[in-house]
Design a protein around this ligand. Structure first.
Ligand SMILES: [Zn+2]
Length: 315
C-alpha cells in the first residue's frame, strides 16, 4: 500500500519498486539538498540509506534543511537525519556517520549510488576520485543563492567532475551569499529523479543542468571530457590524501587551513555580512584570522574548523 501511487506510474511499476527497495544509496552532506534528497529517497522506498555529515544542526539551518526541527539544534546532522528518516519510513535501513569524509574513510561510500550534497569542492574531488577508481556512479549537486546545478557521473560517462571543474577557493557560499530555500528543493528533485532512473536501470541524463529558481531559468549544458584530465588518466590525488592542507596547532584549539582565494574580494564580501577587523597583514572575522594564503580558526575540533572554512571562505 505504501508505494501504490508510485507503482501505478508507468515509469516505475511493481518490478522497479522492488529494485528500489533492494538499493543502497549514500548521501554525503545533509544540508538543505541532502535533507531533501534523503527524505525523498526514504519516502520512495530506497531500502538502505547511508547518511554522512560532519556538522551539527544550528538555528540558521532550519530555514531550509527540512529533516530538522528546533529540538535537533546541537545534534549531529547525520544522527538527527537518521532519526527523522526512521520516523518517516521505518522499513528503510538508515546508518548515520557523523564524520568528515576524508581519504581514509572512503569505505563508507560503498553502495549502488552516491549523492553529493556537500558544500565544498574538496569532498567532491574526493568522491570523484573514489568513483572513477572504483567505477561507481555518483550525482553531483550544488546550490547557492537562488541557483543550483546537478549532473550525473556514471561509470559509463566519458566525462568526470575534474574534466569540468577545477579546484578554486573564495567561492560564493550560503553564509556569504545567502540561499533561498526553494533552490535546493528543486535541485534535490532533479537529483532524486535521476537516482530513481539509475537505480531502476533506466536511461539517465548526461547533461549539466543549471537552474535559477528566481528567474525561472533552466539550462541543459552539454559538457565534454578534458583530454588532459589527470583523474581520467588514473591520478587520484585526493584519494591518496595529497591535498590535505589542515595543520593543527597543538593544544591551543587553533587550526590553520592553507588556501588559494582572492583576499581582497573575500574581505569585501565578508564586510557585507558581518564585522571585519583589519589588522594590516590579515583581518579578523568571527573566530577566524584570515591571511592572503591561509586562515587561522579557533575551533573545538578539526571538523568544526573545516566547516567554518567551507562556510566562510568557500572551497
Ligand atoms: Zn576527467
Amino acid at each position: 500500500m505504501r508505494y501504490s501511487r508510485q507503482e501505478i506510474l508507468k515509469e516505475i511499476g511493481a518490478e522497479n519498486q522492488k529494485k528500489l527497495l533492494a538499493s543502497k544509496v549514500v548521501i554525503v552532506g545533509l544540508g538543505a539538498t541532502g535533507s531533501s534528497s534523503a527524505e525523498l529517497l526514504a519516502r520512495a522506498g530506497i531500502g538502505h540509506l547511508v547518511l554522512i555529515d560532519r556538522d551539527v544542526v544550528e538555528l540558521s539551518n532550519l530555514q531550509r534543511q527540512s529533516l530538522f526541527s528546533e529540538e535537533d539544534i546541537g545534534k549531529p546532522k547525520a544522527v538527527a537525519a537518521r532519526d527523522a528518516i526512521h520516523a518517516i519510513n521505518s522499513e528503510v535501513k538508515a546508518d548515520a556517520y557523523p564524520v568528515d569524509l576524508e581519504c581514509d574513510k572512503v569505505s563508507v561510500l560503498e553502495a549502488d549510488l552516491i549523492l553529493d550534497c556537500t558544500d565544498n569542492l574538496f569532498t567532491r574531488f574526493l568522491i570523484n576520485d573514489y568513483c572513477k577508481k572504483n567505477k561507481k556512479p555518483w550525482i553531483y549537486s550544488a546550490v547557492v543563492g537562488t541557483k543550483g546545478m546537478v549532473m550525473n557521473f556514471l561509470p559509463a560517462s566519458k566525462v568526470c567532475f575534474n574534466c569540468i571543474f577545477k579546484m578554486v577557493e573564495g567561492l560564493d557560499t550560503c553564509a556569504t551569499m545567502g540561499i533561498l530555500n526553494t533552490a535546493p528543493s528543486v535541485i534535490s528533485s532533479f537529483q532524486v529523479t535521476e537516482a530513481i532512473k539509475f537505480l531502476t536501470g533506466q536511461k539517465a541524463s548526461k547533461d549539466l543542468v543549471h537552474i535559477d529558481v528566481w528567474k525561472q531559468a533552466f539550462e541543459k549544458i552539454k559538457v565534454s571530457a578534458d583530454k588532459k584530465c589527470p583523474v581520467c588518466k588514473g591520478n587520484y590525488e585526493y584519494l591518496e590524501g595529497k591535498n590535505q592542507e589542515i595543520i593543527k596547532f597543538c593544544g591551543s584549539g587553533t587550526y590553520q587551513i592553507k588556501g588559494k582565494f582572492d583576499y581582497e574580494e573575500l574581505k569585501r564580501k565578508l564586510s557585507m555580512v558581518g564585522k571585519v577587523q583589519d589588522a594590516g597583514v590579515c583581518f579578523r572575522f568571527s573566530a577566524m584570522t584570515i591571511f592572503p594564503d591561509r586562515v587561522i580558526i579557533k575551533a573545538q575540533t578539526e571538523e568544526e574548523a573545516k566547516v567554518m572554512y567551507s562556510q566562510v571562505v568557500g572551497n
